[in-house]
Design a protein around this ligand. Structure first.
Ligand SMILES: [Zn+2]
Length: 308
């Protein structure tokens, strides 16, 4: 992760706040990376992870110049008044473009996209050239990634990603199935970094859901509402079974966005949602910042509440 921090512009002069959940492997990874970098690690610790006001107050007092943490917690802290910093590194969960744009604007720092998850920490990172491509430099000093055909378990150029952590001894990770799909990329990168490249194809189960006979894709929902004024950077699709059948409820964060405009944009922009809307199975809600339910500090794009 030290390499990822360098790419994000962290230097040994920085005073870094590690905002991952204390004790989680991402937190430990960031802690070690800050030490490797030789930067100053700020004593940021909170007894109440949900208490945003207390955390912001502590951070205003500590005045970090760089921060590292999950997008969900950073968005909440920014909304609570987190002061600007020089460098930011996000990891531990998917960083959606809207959340990234909001954080970059509020914090005044450019944020490289990182690929990783809570169990494994950071696995890859984007240099400037890779931004917006879905390709990542694999942090091959820390992890060994394999791609297999999920059907046969045999090595493949495209398929499911397995991760083996090269340093972790207390809780070893060996050929751990991430549930992510990816593709090996053999061409090098113009940035000159000699780290192998991976094209991430995403987690299919997290980014789409089958409901009422339609495949609902989170990215298409984001695209449909992009032009609606006042819409925030986050939303969540919640699917549940009701007495009348399946229902899709989409929560949007954003003061000032009109529920009706969002509903119209969804009906016009995405045929699957139009069909659900025609069946009376589409509900749109606008909620205040921080009101979208999170799970283990993540903000899932899709929550399926149907009995399995
Ligand atoms: Zn590069």
């Amino acid at each position: 992760m030290a390499m990822a921090m360098r790419l994000a512009g962290f230097t040994k002069e920085d005073r870094v706040a590690n905002l991952f959940l204390p004790g989680a492997s991402a937190w430990i990874g960031a802690h070690e990376a800050i030490e490797i970098l030789g930067a100053t690690l700020l004593p940021f610790w909170t007894s109440r992870p949900g208490d945003v006001a207390e955390q912001v107050e502590l951070l205003q007092w500590l005045r970090p110049t760089a921060i590292v943490g999950s997008p969900s917690i950073l968005v909440r802290l920014i909304a609570g008044g987190l002061p600007p910093v020089r460098a930011v590194l996000c990891g531990g969960e998917a960083l959606h473009p809207e959340a990234r744009a909001f954080m970059e604007k509020s914090l005044g720092a450019e944020i490289p996209l990182a690929y990783g998850n809570v169990e494994c920490g950071m696995l890859g990172v984007q240099c400037e050239i890779l931004r917006g491509t879905g390709r990542y430099h694999i942090l091959s000093h820390d992890v060994f990634l394999e791609i297999i055909d999920p059907g046969t378990g045999m090595p493949a150029d495209e398929g499911e990603i397995l991760v083996t952590h090269l340093h972790r001894r207390l809780q070893p990770l060996i050929r751990y199935r991430l549930g992510d799909r990816g593709r090996r990329v053999d061409s090098g990168c113009l940035c000159g970094l000699e780290l192998p490249l991976l094209e991430l194809e995403g987690r299919s189960e997290e980014l789409q859901v089958r409901v009422g006979g339609f495949q609902l894709v989170a990215d298409k929902v984001a695209a449909a509402v992009r032009a609606v004024p006042g819409v925030g950077e986050r939303f969540q699709i919640r699917v549940r079974a009701t007495a009348r059948g399946e229902e899709v409820r989409i929560l949007f964060e954003g003061e000032g966005a009109s529920r009706d405009s969002l509903y119209m944009a969804l009906m016009q922009g995405e045929p699957a949602l139009r069909a659900l809307g025609d069946q009376g199975a589409l509900v749109v809600e606008v909620v205040s910042r921080g009101e979208i339910p999170t799970k283990a500090w993540k903000t899932p794009r899709i929550v399926d509440e149907r009995p399995s």
